[in-house]
Design a protein around this ligand. Structure first.
Ligand code: IFM
Length: 799
């Protein structure tokens, strides 16, 4: 079943049916004021933080789904019939004598809800103007019939009682009694008496006069009713309630008279602060709502602001555009996949329909990986975030598992106990720093001095060396890196006695990368130290070869995890892909390890993280993945984030057919015609797909905020298509399906727009036979920076 299509020219995903298997959502706004909106206008808003800046309430995982949200009801005042501008919450039948016809256009930074019912066409556009702390729901209502009509519009949003989503939803003995909401001169003003800064917001409408209002949720809805059938809408007027305590809502009722063919434009606006006074929380100040509305809530300004959002996104996407024989790959990479990488960069794992706000802040490893995919698009923001991350590293070299940007204080953060560190966190730093240096070509970044989280400071290169030292100093009895509280896999605890192959390979990768970075500064002592440590580590790492693949690690009692003789968790994906990516595995072992992955873990929907999944504890290893049934999440689920590494590893081996097969297996767009299988948005990567051992095999879960976005972007653009920045220039080293005749990539590189044209006359998977820059032949596979001009064309022939 298909529910929509990609409109790449408009950069939109267009839903032609709103009754998708699960909520298909979109993001609005910026890190100042953001929002989430589903295809049914469900969703919520937040100021600076999903966890501690909640403005619109959401009852997650609720029944019915997608509620509350940004709802606008339309009521035909001639007979009292009503429906909503989005299909839900009223849920008017999509078929029958008077069908409700819905079209939803999720765009970059906005969503548009179009409906046709009873000869009334509506178009509601939800968005946050650039840099503002308020959002518009701009509603155009058109009479498409032949007789004059009188239509009432009622807005409905549940305003959170508290900034903190937990206080709002859970601490009811307190939060139910702090809220107040009043109405005056066209504006609803809600405030509450939080212990910190008052959470204030306003709501208003322009384009028609307010006929009635409600600010008390329960009086708007009526007893034993839901947003499907509010008593106020049914009655045709709100009750004029001004709430003190319980639950606030924002309902403003306006009435429009429409001649045949006439359109009226009504704009609802919700913002942080007060209607009539400037408001601030100590770091951010916002104008009085009335001033903002006077300036922004006109049809002309709305059109200008929407155009500005489109142009901002066009600017973010332009630095990397591809044209390949696979239109689904193109739609994803050129628009939605790139957009998702920005959302994960912006919100880490802090706010989505699944990440309800509990994980507020920047997960250390998550953020380090999120940087990899946006550095070409927003290098300054990436560098700023990387700086922040480096200040979350402790002087002994480990890293804080979570950085809270709003309160982070370098030099004053507590030093974690050894067992509370994750063994991989700081080991992602070499990858992020190398990504920035390779993109910009500016090695002086390595000399930047930044503080540690707890005490002291060092250059960026010094920070990286400390990260390596930390892992080298915390190795176990077999010379491998201690797993500590977790490695990348949150659900395996090797502790301070057990050892992790994941972190061991990541350390090897770091030693190689830091050595390369140090050589840019001619820091020969660091280069030599990295090489020496790497050689020693490799000797130990090679002992982890099990015969056909690498083991996952060694328990605190010295037993290997992930061996051929085990009855559960016999083979794991992560160590095998990282043995290849880190360069530890020799070519024979690399191929064998990846063949074993193919044989034991690959399926039509992607590669399982381990097999067989676990059902029993193992002495000496914390297997918190046992909470998951076999095939779910880290317990043998198809963890898409780790699938991206398999694409990278196969591409590094030059096996483009298999790299592409793996890429397609979890490519969201591939499931557009089969949406009932994958269920989540076909334009968004998800954290995982239920694995073969699950009765839900093939269903994907946890869309949007996942490392899958960043790493798959790296995998497809830098390894499959093979266009990779290096300090020397732009490397072009594709690993593509042999059936392809070629492809094209347009890449902004150090301020120059470069076109890379790859042809594949012999239908090979990899191997650069010829490379020219503007017709000048170049040895090897790197187009040197000195030859690249704005408008240059790099021609590459495979063979
Ligand atoms: O690596 C983690 C990530 O930090 C959070 N989500 C799950 C991943 C794998 O456990």
């Amino acid at each position: 079943m298909r529910y929509g299509y990609f409109d790449d020219d408009a950069c939109e995903y267009v839903l032609t049916r709103p009754d998708t298997p699960r909520s298909w959502s979109n993001y609005l706004g910026s890190r100042l004021y953001g929002g989430i909106v589903t295809q049914n206008a469900g969703g919520f808003s937040f100021f600076r933080s999903g966890g501690t800046g909640r403005l619109l309430r959401m009852r997650f995982n609720g029944v019915p789904q997608d509620e509350p949200g940004r709802f606008v009801y339309l009521r035909d005042d001639a007979d009292g019939a009503f429906w909503s501008a989005s299909w839900q919450p009223v849920g008017t039948p999509l078929e029958g004598p008077e069908p409700y016809v819905a079209r939803v256009r999720h765009g970059l930074g906005y969503s548009v809800f179009e409906s046709d019912h009873r000869d009334i066409h509506t178009e509601m556009t939800t968005f946050v103007p650039q840099g503002q702390a308020f959002e518009h729901w701009s509603v155009e209502v058109t009479n498409t019939g032949t007789t004059p009509r009188t239509i009432s519009l009622f807005s409905y949003a549940e305003l959170a009682n508290e900034w903190s989503h937990q206080q709002d939803l859970l601490n009811l003995q307190y939060s139910q009694y702090v809220v107040r909401a009043s109405y005056s001169d066209g504006f609803i003003h809600r405030l509450n008496s939080t212990r910190d800064v008052f959470s204030e917001c306003w709501f208003t409408v322009t384009g028609a006069d307010v006929v009635s209002f409600d600010t008390d949720r329960d009086l708007f809805l009526g007893p034993y009713r839901t947003p499907r059938d509010p008593v106020a809408v049914e009655r045709g007027t709100c009750s004029g309630s001004e709430t003190v305590g319980d639950n606030a809502c924002a309902s403003l009722h306006v009435r429009v008279e429409l001649a045949p063919g006439e359109t009226r434009h009504v704009v609802y606006t919700l913002g942080v602060g007060s209607p009539d006074a400037e408001w601030g929380d100590g770091t951010v100040t916002v104008r009085p709502g009335r001033d903002s509305v006077a300036e922004f809530a006109t049809p002309e300004r709305i059109a200008t602001e929407l155009a500005a959002i489109r142009s901002e996104w066009a600017g973010h996407l332009a630095p990397l555009q591809v044209s390949t024989p696979d239109p689904q790959l193109d739609s994803m990479v050129n628009v939605w996949h790139a957009y998702q990488t920005h959302m994960t960069f912006n919100w880490s794992r802090g706010v989505s329909l699944i990440e309800t706000g509990g994980r507020d802040g920047l997960g250390y490893r998550d953020t380090a990986q999120d940087i990899l995919s946006v550095v070409h698009s927003i290098p300054e923001a990436a560098r700023e975030r990387l700086d922040l991350l480096l200040t979350g590293q402790t002087a002994e070299g480990g890293a804080l598992p979570l950085i809270k940007p709003l309160t982070h204080t370098p030099g004053k953060e507590p030093t974690p106990a050894l067992e509370d560190y994750r063994s991989d966190d700081a080991l992602w730093l070499p990858l992020s720093v190398a990504a920035l240096v390779d993109e910009t070509g500016d090695a002086t970044y390595l000399d930047t001095v930044l503080p540690y989280a707890d005490a002291g400071e060092d250059t960026v290169l010094g920070h990286l060396v400390q990260a390596l030292r930390f892992s080298l100093e915390h190795r176990g009895a077999h010379g491998l890196v201690q797993g500590l509280d977790a490695d990348w896999n949150d659900c395996i605890q090797f502790g301070t006695e057990g050892e992790s192959m994941f972190s061991t390979f990541l350390l090897a990768n770091g030693l190689r990368q830091v050595g390369e970075l140090a050589s840019l500064l001619e820091r020969t002592e660091v280069v030599a130290w990295c090489a020496e440590q790497l050689a020693l580590l490799l000797e130990d790492a090679e002992k982890a070869w099990d015969g056909d693949w690498y083991i996952r690690g060694i328990s605190a009692v010295g037993a290997p995890l992930g061996t051929a003789t085990a009855d559960e968790g016999r083979i794991y994906l992560e160590p095998n892909v990282w043995a290849v990516i880190s360069g530890v595995a020799n070519p024979g072992r690399a191929r064998q390890a990846m063949d074993s992955v193919h044989e034991h873990l690959a399926s039509e929907h992607g590669i399982a993280l381990c097999d067989p999944p676990h059902t029993k504890p193992i002495e000496g290893i914390g297997l918190s993945l046992l909470v998951f049934p076999p095939g779910h999440k880290e317990n043998g689920g198809i963890f898409c984030h780790a699938n991206s590494w398999a694409v990278v590893a196969e591409a590094m081996l030059g096996r483009g057919d298999r790299a592409y097969e793996y890429y397609r297996a979890y490519l969201p767009a591939r499931y557009e015609d089969d949406a009932e299988t994958r269920q989540v948005e076909p334009y968004v990567y998800s954290q995982f797909t239920h694995g073969p051992a699950s009765p839900r095999f093939g269903q994907s879960r946890n869309p949007w905020l996942t490392g899958t976005a960043s790493w798959t972007y790296v995998a497809v653009t830098q390894h499959l298509l093979g266009v990779r920045p290096t300090v020397a220039g732009l490397r072009v080293d594709p690993s593509i399906p042999s059936a392809w005749d070629g492809f094209e990539v347009r890449r902004r590189f150090r301020g120059r727009d470069v076109t890379v044209r790859v042809t594949n006359p012999d239908h090979v998977c990899s191997g650069v036979a010829r490379l020219t820059v503007d017709g000048t032949p170049v040895e090897g596979d790197v187009a040197p920076e000195c030859l690249l001009q704005d408008g240059s064309v790099v021609d590459v022939v495979l063979g």
